[in-house]
Design a protein around this ligand. Structure first.
Ligand code: DC
Length: 225
């Protein structure tokens, strides 16, 4: 039921997925990462050699597209494309940029709308994305717009990659974050924006623990828990 759902929107790297997952665990809700669904469509476009910005090349791929999602024993959301587990493959940096491009295509958004709404009909969900509070679940009981400065987001992403032993250049990451923000905010269909009835949570000066506490306080107030 939408009224029991929690919608968390915001730009890339604001900590949405970590916080939404922790919140879902705390409340016993199902966590749905909608970005992973767009990423899976982007992966399909890459496999097909399609230009992710061209509706004429991407939309025909939606016909017969087989996307499935389930949850591992650790609660991790896994994505499948034509039966293959693509959970890791969709985290590729190139796919991040391509996902933002396919997500700007109205045909792709329309196609994924029902898929996302079905999750909220079947479960109590914490759903994160860009347009959950504005378009996907406008009746959500709690809406949060989670943000942080581009520099803070780039800094976190740089640290995360370095901790994983990968090369990470702060300036390049900051450039990519700004570019993705711009793409997600300026698209004509379902752009990234704060819903009028969403609470704003800015995590620029908060660590993970502080962010989770602030989020839990907001959610408890709004759900009257
Ligand atoms: O949250 P993420 O970085 O995994 O999302 C990847 C891209 O998908 C992001 O740049 C914008 C798009 N997206 C969207 O348009 N709407 C959503 N609800 C979720 C993601």
């Amino acid at each position: 039921m939408q009224e029991r759902s929690i919608a968390i929107d915001g730009p890339a790297g604001a900590g949405k997925s970590t916080l939404a997952r922790a919140l879902a665990q705390e409340l016993g809700y199902l966590y749905v990462d909608t970005g992973a669904i767009y990423r899976t469509v982007a992966l399909r476009a890459r496999e097909a050699g399609a230009d992710p910005s061209d509706p004429g090349q991407v939309e025909p791929l939606l016909d017969g597209l087989e996307i499935r999602m389930d949850y591992g024993p650790d609660g991790e959301q896994r994505m499948y494309l034509s039966g293959t587990d693509v959970t890791k493959a969709i985290r590729d940096n190139e796919i991040s940029g391509m996902a933002s491009k396919v997500a700007a295509l109205p045909g792709v958004r329309e196609f994924l709308l029902d898929f996302q709404r079905r999750q909220a009909r079947e479960h109590d969900v914490v759903m994160d994305g860009r347009d959950i509070g504005t378009v996907v679940l406008p009746q959500a009981g709690v809406k949060i717009f989670l943000t942080a400065s581009p520099e803070a987001r780039a800094q976190r992403r740089t640290l995360e990659l370095r901790q994983r032993g990968q090369d990470a250049d702060f300036d390049e990451i900051l450039r990519q974050i700004r570019q993705r923000d711009e793409q997600d905010r300026t698209r004509p269909v379902a752009p990234l924006r704060q819903a009028e009835d969403a609470a704003l949570l800015d995590t620029t000066n908060l660590d993970l623990k502080g962010s989770l506490e602030a989020l839990l306080t907001l959610v408890r107030e709004r759900l009257a828990l």
